[in-house]
Ligand binder design. Structure first.
Ligand code: SF4
Length: 249
């Protein structure tokens, strides 16, 4: 989805989240895109960063379901959203992938200009776990920020105390210094090996067993460019619809 209610300084999708790239579609076109993806073999519809457009998304998903969409629908969000917003999606979403970016108000103020992020994120994630009632249907993602490891420790502690047995953890270590000039205040380096090993050791320390972590990688070849008909560099990504070109043959 274009736009974002959080606008992180280090966003890797700044073209669409901050730059306004994209175009409006009505519920009929939204449903047609979902069905085209299903027909081309997509295993799910992964709605990324749609908190600011929930009424329209809910209408679009209802229409798509009515038109034959049968693959699972995923809600992939920053967690900066109200519980009432999530309630409006009840019955439409099969799996949740919320971020737990930080529980530190200072970091939330510095990077998102949203010191109340921890307050909303905590409640939103608890709500998603209540809605899903299945640990296989919630993956809580945390991106480790270089130089801010204490924030990661707090997030892992929170997971152990509130989400163990109710969700899986995805520890993301792919932080990439952003290219956007808007991102001057963001960490200007990749995670280093010591930070990576420390974060993994904390997973053990907190007894977190359900989840995923990445290999430590440094490089930005995988960053998307939404100007391109295929925004992603992976050979596995197959464009089906593009905001500028419409349906791709
Ligand atoms: S919440 Fe996600 S999409 Fe929005 S600005 Fe932050 S990183 Fe980008």
């Amino acid at each position: 989805m274009s736009g974002c209610g959080l606008r992180c300084a280090f966003c890797q999708n700044a073209q669409i989240s901050r730059g306004g790239m994209g175009r409006s579609v009505d519920s009929g076109e939204f449903a047609a895109i979902c069905l085209a993806l299903q027909n081309r073999g997509a295993e799910n519809i992964n709605i990324v960063t749609g908190s600011h457009a929930v009424p329209a998304i809910a209408e679009g998903l209802r229409r798509a379901r009515g038109d034959g969409l049968s693959i699972p629908c995923l809600w992939n969000s920053s967690s900066y959203e109200k519980t009432e917003t999530l309630e409006a999606l009840r019955g439409l979403i099969d799996m949740f992938l919320p971020d737990l970016k930080t529980l530190d108000e200072g970091i939330a103020a510095k990077f998102f200009n949203a010191p109340d992020y921890p307050l909303y994120a905590e409640k939103a994630i608890l709500k998603m776990m209540d809605m899903a009632q299945d640990k296989r249907k919630v993956i809580i993602r945390h991106l480790v920020l270089p130089g801010f490891l204490e924030s990661t420790r707090e997030a892992l502690r929170w997971f152990a105390g509130n989400a163990r047995g109710r969700a899986s953890l995805s520890l993301m270590t792919q932080y990439t210094p952003p290219r956007s000039p808007l991102a001057a205040a963001s960490p200007a380096r990749f995670l280093d090996r010591e930070e990576y090993d420390t974060a993994l050791a904390w997973i053990e320390e907190f007894g977190i067993e359900d989840g995923f972590y990445q290999e430590l990688e440094t490089g930005d070849e995988w960053l998307p460019d939404f100007e391109r008909q295929n925004p992603f560099s992976s050979e596995l990504s197959v464009p089906v619809w593009h905001w500028k070109h419409g349906f791709v043959a």
